[in-house]
Structures are given as structure tokens and as C-alpha cells.
Ligand binder design. Structure first.
Ligand code: KG4
Ligand code: ZN
Length: 355
């Protein structure tokens, strides 16, 4: 079954064709980054307007690259939530119209579940590294680490559509913290990739930024995270946390980047390792834009007794292939979404629920 997957939840206008939930026949990602860069952040109005202008051409390119005509597609899928409402609606409406016009099934999927699905995808010709992950390595249950510009989640995954959130950020998402720190210092946009690169030649010990102390008693906030304190410390209180003399290592951009990145990743690791130890789950599957972070990838790979699986770099960020792949799993068991399905900006269950 060839599924066309469309993803427009934020600033990537993306479409892909995936066969049987696994083999990527094409994967087109048209990024709007240059158009948002001058604002150092995604401008929702610009994002949805550009998706409207680009979506037809991006889908056509995905079909062309897969050497398919519109009539060769068996089903069409799109991201319905979470994300920027105006942006989501463009891809979702396009997918519904495509499905209706061709009389084929339509499937609406969740963006974070799609990120979690990404490591299962492969390129047919194996021209690009796909991590050589076996089905056995990907078997349920496992711990999911979903880290993006809008979310930071630690979950238990029991199936492709069944996750239980164990912990989440109580304020900013980790990717958002990278983006805000980068914006403040004028490092560039989007901040994650820029800070990752700068940090490679920086001193992680130039600053000793604070770790939040959320988990104070019993199970309270045991796996939750917080990034607003770190963000404030890095942006407003640099001197307070300086460990190297000012003017030496202390105020070089590379040192700020390295010290911030280390603390941001340590916050994730602390909650994640606690969850792994408490649940006894030793496989961790990461997804989302921040899963491309080189420090996080190395730090997790070094953990004894854990098997950590990351998507290839180009499947960490937003793409249509993960949408098509996940949709296949629903379609294969007979699920179909109604053409009345609409988009939603938020998903309530992505917060840790306390009694
Ligand atoms: O999943 P994604 O492409 O879009 C959302 O769903 O939000 O994630 C985007 C986020 C941005 O905050 C970006 O700065 C971050 O992922 N990011 C990174 C890296 N590459 C992208 N963060 C840290 N290190 C990276 N290498
Ligand atoms: Zn994403």
C-alpha cells in the first residue's frame, strides 16, 4: 500500500510517499526557515500563508520523485495535531480534498506519534543510512523520548497508537529553550542546530547552570522537566553561573552554547534514566527535532545497559514520511478518518496527568 503523507504542523511544508509503512519512495521537505529567520522564530501567519502557496507543488514533487501519478496512491494522510492551527489546516484540508477527489481512504495522525514512528522507516535503495534497526530492536514496549520545538515528553509506548506520558516539561519545551537562547545571543535561527555546532568547540564547564529541582517527594514530578529556569539563567544571569574567569573562556559564544547544551541534555537524561530504572524498560526510542542533537545522541549511546535508537538525522525534524508510515499502521487494521476531522493546536494527554 502506497500512502501519501503530508506534514504542515509548523514551518516545514512536507510530503512523502511510503510503501507498506516502511519503505520511503520519496520524501520532500520544503523548509520555510529563511522566511522566519529575520524574526528569529516561526511567525504563524507567514507559515500558514506559505503552506497554502507551496503545498500543491510539494505534493507533486513527492509524487514525481516516487515516479507515481496521483491515481497510483492508495491512501492519503496528514498531521492533525498538535501544531500551529492555521498551518495544520492547510495540509489537513489538502489531504482530505485529495482523498475525496480520488475516492481513497484518508487518515489523520498525531505529530508526536509520527515522530516516534520515524526510526521504523527505510530507504528502499539503502542509499542513505537508516540506522540498520531491526524489527526486534523496535518491539513494544519501550520508552519514548519526544523532544521538539513544542514538546518534551517521556512516555511508555505499548503500540504505535498507545503511549502513556510519564513526564513532560512543565513550562518551555527543550527545543524552544535552544531557540530562545540562540535568539537572545544572536547565534542564528533555528537555535538547536546552531548551538549544537557552536558547542562542539566550547567548554561545557565554563558555566555551571542550575538543574531544576522538581521532584521533591514521592512521585511528584518524578519524570517531569523544566526549561524556563535554565533559559533565564543563560539569558539574564550569566555572571552568576560563570566558573571560568570573565574574558577568558567565560563569555565566548561557544562556551555559552556548550555549557547550556550540556545542562539542557542533562535535564532530559535525569528524568529519562529515572524512568528507565523505575519501569525496567531498557530500549529508548527518540524522535523530534532535538533528537538530532549530537551531544544528546552521544550521551545516550554511552549509557550502560540501555539500547538507544535514533532516527537518521533527516528524519528527526518534521517530514511527511513519518506521517505516511504511521498512517499505514492504522489503515492496515481497517481504521479510516472521517472527512469531517479537523485540526487542533494542542493535545491534552501530552501533559502528565496528576490525580
Ligand atoms: O520536530 P521539529 O522539527 O518541529 C517541531 O515539532 O517543533 O523540532 C524543531 C526543534 C527546534 O526547536 C530546533 O531548534 C530543534 O528542534 N533542533 C535541535 C537540533 N536540530 C533541531 N535542537 C538541538 N540540537 C539540534 N541539532
Ligand atoms: Zn516535530
Amino acid at each position: 500500500m502506497k500512502v501519501l503523507g503530508i506534514e504542515t504542523s509548523c514551518d516545514e511544508c512536507a510530503a512523502a510517499v511510503v510503501e507498506d509503512g516502511k519503505i520511503i519512495l520519496s520524501n520532500v521537505v520544503a523548509t520555510q526557515i529563511p522566511f522566519h529567520a529575520e524574526y528569529s522564530g516561526v511567525v504563524p501567519e507567514i507559515a500558514s500563508r506559505m503552506h497554502t502557496e507551496w503545498i500543491s507543488a510539494v505534493v507533486q514533487e513527492a509524487l514525481d520523485k516516487a515516479s507515481l501519478k496521483a491515481g497510483d496512491v492508495d491512501a492519503v494522510a496528514a498531521t492533525a495535531h498538535p501544531g500551529l492551527l492555521g498551518s495544520l489546516l492547510v495540509g489537513l484540508s489538502f489531504a482530505k480534498a485529495f482523498a475525496w477527489a480520488r475516492g481513497i481512504p484518508f487518515m489523520a495522525v498525531d505529530h508526536m506519534l509520527a515522530h516516534l514512528y520515524a526510526p521504523r522507516l527505510e530507504y528502499g535503495d539503502c542509499a542513505k543510512a537508516c540506522g540498520a534497526v531491526s524489527e526486534k530492536d523496535l518491539s513494544y514496549p519501550f520508552l519514548g523520548l519526544l523532544v521538539s520545538g513544542g514538546h518534551s515528553l517521556i512516555c511508555r509506548a505499548d503500540n504505535f497508537d498507545d503511549i502513556t506520558v510519564l513526564g513532560a516539561t512543565i513550562d518551555d519545551a527543550v527545543g524552544e529553550a535552544f531557540d530562545k537562547v540562540s535568539k537572545h545571543y544572536g547565534f542564528g535561527y533555528p537555535g538547536g542546530a546552531v548551538i549544537d555546532k557552536l558547542a562542539q568547540s566550547g567548554n561545557v564547564r565554563a558555566f555551571n547552570f542550575p538543574m531544576p529541582s522538581l521532584h521533591k517527594h514521592k512521585d511528584d514530578h518524578k519524570y517531569d522537566m523544566s526549561y524556563s529556569g535554565l533559559k533565564t539563567a543563560v539569558i539574564n544571569q550569566l555572571d552568576k553561573f560563570r566558573t571560568a574567569p570573565a574574558g577568558k573562556d567565560g563569555d565566548r559564544p561557544v562556551d555559552i552554547a556548550a555549557s547550556f547544551q550540556k545542562t539542557a541534555v542533562d535535564i532530559l537524561l535525569r528524568s529519562l534514566l529515572r524512568a528507565a530504572s523505575d519501569t525496567g524498560l531498557s530500549t529508548i526510542i527518540a524522535g523530534g527535532g532535538v533528537a538530532a542533537n549530537s551531544y544528546l545522541r552521544t550521551a545516550l549511546a554511552e549509557q550502560q545497559g540501555l539500547r538507544c535508537i535514533f532516527p537518521p538525522l533527516e528524519l528527526c525534524g518534521d517530514n511527511g514520511a513519518m506521517v505516511a508510515g504511521l498512517a499505514f499502521q492504522y489503515l492496515a487494521r481497517g481504521d479510516r478518518s472521517d472527512l469531517k476531522t479537523t485540526a487542533s493546536a494542542r493535545v491534552k494527554s501530552f501533559k502528565r496527568q496528576y490525580p
